[in-house]
Each structure stands twice: as C-alpha cells, then as structure tokens.
Design a protein. Structure first.
Length: 198
C-alpha cells in the first residue's frame, strides 16, 4: 500500500511538473510578408508565399531579458515556391528542431538560431533534397560561393517592440550540383511580424 501511494505521488508530481512546463511555453507565430525572399548569388530571387508561418516556442524570460526558444519541424509552414519557366518547385523545411535565443537590447530584441534546413526540388526532370546548416540572425549573415570567388552578406532588423516586426536573415553555400545556381552564395530574408512574444 505504501509503495502504491509513493507511486501515485510520483505520478502526480510528474504530471504537475509537465503541466507547469507547458504553461511556461508561449507560442509566437511569425508570419512572412511580401519582403521575404531567397537570393542565389544575387542573380536569381525566389519569393516564399506571403502568409507563410513559423512558430517559435518560447520558454521563460530570464532576469536579463533573454528567452530561449525552439522551432519544431512541424512549426514551419511554407508552401512550395514555384521556379521560373515551369522548372518545378523548391520546398523548404526543417530537418531537425532548431534552438535559439531572443535577447533584449537597447534598440530592439536580437534573435539568433541555427537550423538544419532541408531544401527539396520537385522538377519534371527529377527531384532531390539537400540539408544545409544555416545560421539565422537579426544581425548580419554572410556566405561565399563554392570557389570562394564571390561572397554576399545581408543584415536583418531586430524585433521592434510593440509592433513585433523583424527581419531574420540567414546565409549558406549552395551545393555544387544543386538547383538553381549550383555552388552559389545563398542568403534569405525572412521579413514579417509575430502575433505575440513573451
């Protein structure tokens, strides 16, 4: 009877702690606007559909104003992006959960996270997928092409308090046989607003 009571007490404690952690999580949905794009070496630009969303799962705000967050693969909802001249579509997803931080500063909130981004080409002549490690930030991101003869950089915009607008940028190098622009320096601007943040 005593063992049973201890087991029941432990079970209740686990349920209560799980409920507490769920209560501490705050989900903020970042909705992309028409200023969002992906650039391949500044030669070709693709535009994710306006209204695409990314859900940020925020934890507890720390004393210094920093809050951690996660983005699960299922939290990214970006429709396939049509390629020019009917060459198919390019789809972006997370290959694994992404983890990052939002930090309060004197001129807005800084957002930083690393993501394993899976880019999938669906084309009449064949499909394929590559996974890229992409650092995302509201600060500056840079990348070079495969030959290191060309480089690009892009600067974002910190989260504006009250209106919750931000520009989150990322950069990487395209695979040598990836489409479009094989081996090019690639960067993206995710422009939009949160519905809420902690």
């Amino acid at each position: 009877m005593l063992d049973r009571g201890l087991a029941l007490t432990a079970t209740l404690a686990l349920l209560l702690s799980a409920g507490q952690s769920l209560a501490e999580e705050k989900v903020g949905t970042f909705t992309l606007d028409g200023l969002s794009f992906v650039s391949f070496g500044d030669q070709q630009f693709l535009f994710p559909p306006t209204g695409s969303t990314i859900r940020f799962r925020f934890g507890t705000v720390q004393a210094d104003g920093t809050v951690s967050f996660t983005i699960q693969p299922g939290d990214v909802s970006i429709a396939p992006i049509p390629l020019p001249s009917g060459q198919g579509t390019l789809r972006y997803q997370l290959a694994a959960p992404a983890f990052g931080f939002m930090t309060a500063t004197s001129d807005g909130r800084k957002i930083v996270f690393n993501a394993a981004v899976a880019a999938t080409l669906d084309a009449p002549e064949g499909s394929g997928s590559y996974t890229y490690t992409v650092p995302f930030t509201t600060e500056t991101a840079a990348a070079s092409n495969v030959q290191h003869t060309d480089s690009v950089s892009v600067t974002g915009m910190r989260l504006v308090n009250g209106v919750w607008y931000a520009q989150i940028v990322g950069a990487t190098t395209n695979e040598e046989n990836a489409f479009p622009a094989p081996g090019a320096a690639v960067y993206t601007v995710l422009s939009g607003s949160f519905d809420q943040v902690p």
